[in-house]
Design a protein around this ligand. Structure first.
Ligand SMILES: *Cc1c(COP(=O)(O)O)cnc(C)c1O
Length: 459
């Protein structure tokens, strides 16, 4: 008999979590104005609001913390981190930053100017923010298939080469670089194939443009290439990652994802001009070049985290857990964006709460129902997150309305995944009785989902 699959680690330290009663949760969510960002974390049983900075460090990472060099300039911790990044990526120049958006801010301060166009695959919110904030345009060239939630294809995060080529043919003089997000977070943690990265490189070379990878989940992307793309089954994750980065000029990184640290990020590049151009902004916004907003101890922990999380066993444990949750949802017939991505499951709320009108925010309603059911915190990636149209001030109902359940790295067991799946099933089973959703009481003009105040509609 084939041995069953099990985690590639054992547990050395635990953090107790607390269940609550439905009465308590009803009170807490009301006090939070039906917005899960306003809940106290201690009132959450299983927290799936994000996989960012919520991973569990290994014993080796905790040991590395103690050896942090907190020297202001020239700390050994910086050189350790730089050595690992250069070994994994081939990029010689490294600028640490306090998180991913800070890396964007520093590099884009040098590269992006008013009127520019930055084509790529579904730019992440902060990436888009740092482009649009500079009065430039983030042009989405993701394949159309990514919009169909039920379509199963292996690399649903890909760039559409035709859209990219068109953008370059029309606007080459306005394009400072092409950005590829690996994995494609906004499309549901969907991977980008090596073949696609090669196609992007070829188009970039034709028009003499550099390529930047937004690399928050590059290791998960490498895992998908190994397990799904022809010719990569026998390569190591480190070999695949290196082959990916060989196709880029540089990267920005949120280390809170695949670096498995609670805070951190960096820029890495092979281009001396990018390094020379960006370094002044690092000093201005983040700190001196050998710490850039990070503690020495955190750079040490990140160096170990990057090394560990580019090993197959660690990634297999993680991706299989997300797949496990997806399989449980399949058993119950709960619709989600297919196939399951690397870091989260996106439940298609408009297909679950079919009796809640879109004007009453089905995905937000499902988020609240799941919290009330079992103290599980997901978050809405839907009509509230989409904000209002800047011109008409109408709600934007054109996109998808999803409940995102992120799985933190090395934190929960499959028993927790079972609780999430069954809690969702219980809500799913009574979906016909859920006929009213949420009503907005107060909202901010931009990024309203973090602070919006809601109440049950019609009450
Ligand atoms: C999280 C993330 C960022 C921003 O990183 P922070 O560390 O949260 O600032 C950028 N791009 C992608 C794809 C991300 O997932």
């Amino acid at each position: 008999m084939e041995l069953p699959f099990a985690e590639s680690w054992k547990i050395k330290m635990v953090e107790p979590i607390r269940k609550s009663t439905r009465e308590e949760r009803e009170r807490w969510i009301k006090e939070a104005n039906y917005n899960v960002f306003q809940l106290k974390a201690e009132n959450v049983y299983i927290d799936c609001i994000t996989d960012s900075g919520t991973g569990a460090m290994s014993d080796r990472q905790w040991a590395a913390l103690m050896l942090g060099d907190e020297s202001y300039a020239g700390a050994t911790s910086f050189f350790k981190l730089k050595e690992v990044i250069t070994r994994l990526t081939g990029f010689e120049y490294v600028i640490p930053t306090h998180q991913g958006r800070a890396a964007e801010n520093v590099l884009f301060s040098y590269l992006v100017h008013e009127g520019d166009i930055v084509p790529g695959n579904s730019h992440f919110d902060t990436t888009k923010g740092h482009i649009e904030g500079r009065h430039a345009t983030a042009l989405d060239c993701t394949i159309d298939e990514a919009k169909d939630t039920q379509l199963e294809i292996p690399f649903k995060g890909n760039v559409d080469p035709k859209k990219l080529e068109k953008a370059l043919a029309e606007h080459a003089d306005k394009i400072p670089f092409i950005i590829v997000t690996i994995t494609n977070n906004t499309a549901g943690g969907q991977p980008v194939s090596m073949q696609n990265l090669r196609e992007v490189r070829a188009i970039a070379d034709k028009y003499k443009k550099p390529v930047l990878f937004d690399s928050a989940r590059f290791a998960e992307n490498a895992y998908f290439i190994k397990t799904r793309e022809k010719g990569y089954a026998d390569k190591t994750i480190k070999e695949i990652a290196r082959e990916m980065f060989d196709l880029a000029d540089g990267m920005t990184m949120s280390a809170k994802k695949d670096g498995i640290v609670n805070m951190g990020g960096f820029i890495a590049t092979r281009r001396e001009d990018w390094y020379e151009g960006a370094k002044g902004y690092c000093i201005q916004y983040e700190g001196y070049l050998t710490y850039g907003g990070m503690n020495g101890r955190d750079m040490n922990a990140l160096a170990v985290g990057l090394d560990e999380n580019t090993e197959f066993d660690n990634l297999e444990t993680r991706i299989k857990q997300v797949e496990y949750l997806a399989k449980r949802l399949d058993e119950f017939g709960i619709p989600y964006q297919r196939p399951a991505g690397g870091h989260a499951i996106f439940v298609d709320a408009s297909k679950v709460l079919t009796h809640v009108p879109k004007e009453e925010f089905p995905a937000q309603t499902l988020t609240v129902e799941l919290y009330l059911e079992a103290g599980i915190r997901g978050c809405e990636i839907g009509y509230i997150l989409a904000d209002r149209d800047p011109v008409t001030r109408e709600n934007r109902f054109g996109g998808l309305d999803l409940l995102r359940l992120c799985v933190p790295r090395r934190v929960y067991t499959n028993n927790h995944m079972d609780v999430i799946a069954v809690a969702l099933k219980n809500v799913f089973d009574r979906r016909e009785q859920i006929t009213r959703g949420m009503e907005i009481v107060w909202e901010a003009e931009l990024l309203r989902h973090f602070t919006v105040k809601l109440k049950p509609a019609g009450k």
